[in-house]
Write a protein that binds this ligand. Structure first.
Ligand SMILES: [Zn+2]
Length: 238
């Protein structure tokens, strides 16, 4: 396969909170809806991360994978209805010990508090076709964590999510995009199939399955800019 698969990375679909320290993480519901409608119009077809790179699942002509980090309640309220209308799949990475909680890792640094989806909400979204992956137990920096701590976070989150949600967790996403030389092998050994990084670019058969590249979509990624990024990654893989 020399086809390139772009993976979009979103965080929050909501109006920018005026006191937020990371305003780029908000994509307004209007912009999100225009982006999805435009992708649909241009013939992009969404692929769920769980089925990606499986030999018996050929890719559509214009594939796109849509991911959301952290599992915010605004995914359910403001992004999912738009995705459902377009019949687009997506994957959300959950912080296992904060289901129904908040982004305590941001709040600790002085950022605004935002609610995260609770177990029942995650189950509802799953029954509407959303896929879920792990984003560790506590949104920790795995580059700095000791091996023991990293293993506990990577394995423990898979076990906790599977026991609370009742379906298998096959994919992983590194909090802050941070990892060290050892981290990808810990993720593989814990039984995950794929892991998303924050490295830029698209993915081919040759891309490390445990450091998949993504395209960051921010509050100022206007639809033409997103299309330009997609075009560029389709041509050069970066
Ligand atoms: Zn995160």
């Amino acid at each position: 396969m020399d086809q390139r698969v772009p993976i979009l990375m979103y965080h929050k679909v909501d109006r920018i909170h005026p006191r937020s320290l990371v305003k780029g993480h908000y994509v307004s519901p209007g912009l999100f809806s225009r982006q999805i409608q435009t992708l649909k119009l241009l013939g992009f077809e969404s692929v769920g991360l769980n089925g990606l790179f499986e030999p018996d699942r050929p890719l559509p002509k214009r594939p796109v994978v849509i991911t959301f980090d952290d599992g915010y309640q605004n995914f359910f309220d403001k992004a999912l209805p738009t995705l459902q209308k377009a019949k687009f799949e997506s994957t959300v990475f959950l912080v296992a010990r904060q289901l129904g909680g908040t982004n305590v890792w941001d709040v600790a640094l002085g950022d605004v508090q935002e609610p995260l989806m609770a177990v029942e909400t995650v189950k509802l979204a799953a029954s509407a076709g959303t896929q879920f992956g792990s984003h560790t137990l506590d949104h920790v920096d795995l580059e700095k964590a000791s091996s023991e701590e990293a293993i506990a976070q990577i394995r423990g989150s898979k076990e906790l999510l599977e026991s609370r949600l009742g379906f298998p967790i096959q994919t992983f996403c590194y909090p802050y995009g941070r990892m060290n030389a050892e981290t990808p092998s810990l993720v593989r050994d814990a039984g995950y199939r794929l892991a998303c990084s924050t490295r830029k670019g698209a993915n081919t058969d040759q891309t490390d399955r445990y450091a998949l590249r993504r395209i960051n979509v921010r509050s100022d990624t206007w639809t033409p800019v997103l299309l330009l990024k997609l075009l560029r990654t389709a041509r050069h893989g970066k």
